[in-house]
Design a protein around this ligand. Structure first.
Ligand code: FFO
Ligand code: ATP
Length: 198
């Protein structure tokens, strides 16, 4: 495991992104199935009615099996959609099975904007977050846009507000010893990988 004390956030991000991107297609498929087995029967997933996840990009572990299971079980599924203005903002929008998608400015697939399908972040039950790196203490290193942190900033002001549950999703190779936490970082309840819960 990387001991990241000597690396800058940017260096660590580059190294870990390269790691997840270098996984072969069959390893990616196997990891996605293992992730599904870790989470599909877990009470946090079973009980959640409004679940946000993401469409994988840049070697991220793929949660589409969980998305299909959520739809089959009648849950409401949401994806992050970047706002045209302000550009630092992101909203969560409900997605239906087989809905058309288009690439956002980072090349990540997202649904077409539709205000009627958007839900406030604190009214979601569970968010499965993409990440670049994680540790055993709820630390998360993202892509560096600060999109999730900004959406979750209300949590810092309302310490006893526990909804939604935040679970990071990752490949085992994205674990690091300890991430430095910035003041705006909102800790994850756990990170789930193809290998287990951390
Ligand atoms: N699958 C997925 N969806 C997601 C996220 C994510 O991490 N994964 N995000 C989580 O926040 C948001 C998008 N955040 C992003 C933040 C920065 C870059 C980025 O730096 N991309 C380029 C460089 C910039 C550019 O092309 O203009 C890069 O790949 O280096 C990409 C996405 C919303 N949707
Ligand atoms: N609550 C906040 N209010 C204002 N700015 C913020 C907030 N949270 C994060 N930011 C800004 O976003 C930038 C990126 O933050 P950070 O490196 O933690 O992103 P990240 O968690 O890696 O990215 P992402 O959430 O997009 O995956 C920071 O430089 C910071 O200025």
């Amino acid at each position: 495991m990387i001991d990241c004390q000597d690396l800058s956030r940017a260096q660590l991000r580059r190294l870990l992104r390269q790691r997840r991107r270098s996984l072969a297609a069959h390893a990616q498929r196997q990891a996605a199935r293992a992730l599904y087995r870790q989470l599909a029967q877990h009470p946090l997933f079973r009980r959640a009615r409004h679940i946000a996840l993401y469409l994988s990009n840049d070697g991220e572990i793929d949660p589409r099996l969980l998305m299909a299971a959520a739809h089959t079980r009648g849950k409401q599924v949401y994806l992050p959609v970047l706002s045209p203005w302000p550009r630092s903002k992101m909203v969560f929008q409900r997605i239906e099975r087989n809905e058309p998608l288009s690439a956002n400015r980072f090349g990540i697939a997202e649904p077409l904007r539709n205000g009627k399908r958007q839900r406030r972040i604190w009214a979601l039950d569970l968010i499965l977050l993409p990440l670049v790196g994680f540790d055993r203490h709820g630390g998360r290193l993202g892509m560096g846009g600060g999109f999730y942190d900004r959406s979750l900033a209300y949590r810092a002001r309302r310490k006893n507000w526990h909804k939604p549950t935040l679970l990071g999703l990752a490949h085992g190779c994205q674990q690091v010893e300890r991430l430095p936490m910035a003041s705006w970082d909102v800790p994850l309840a756990a990170t789930v990988t193809d290998e287990g819960w951390y």
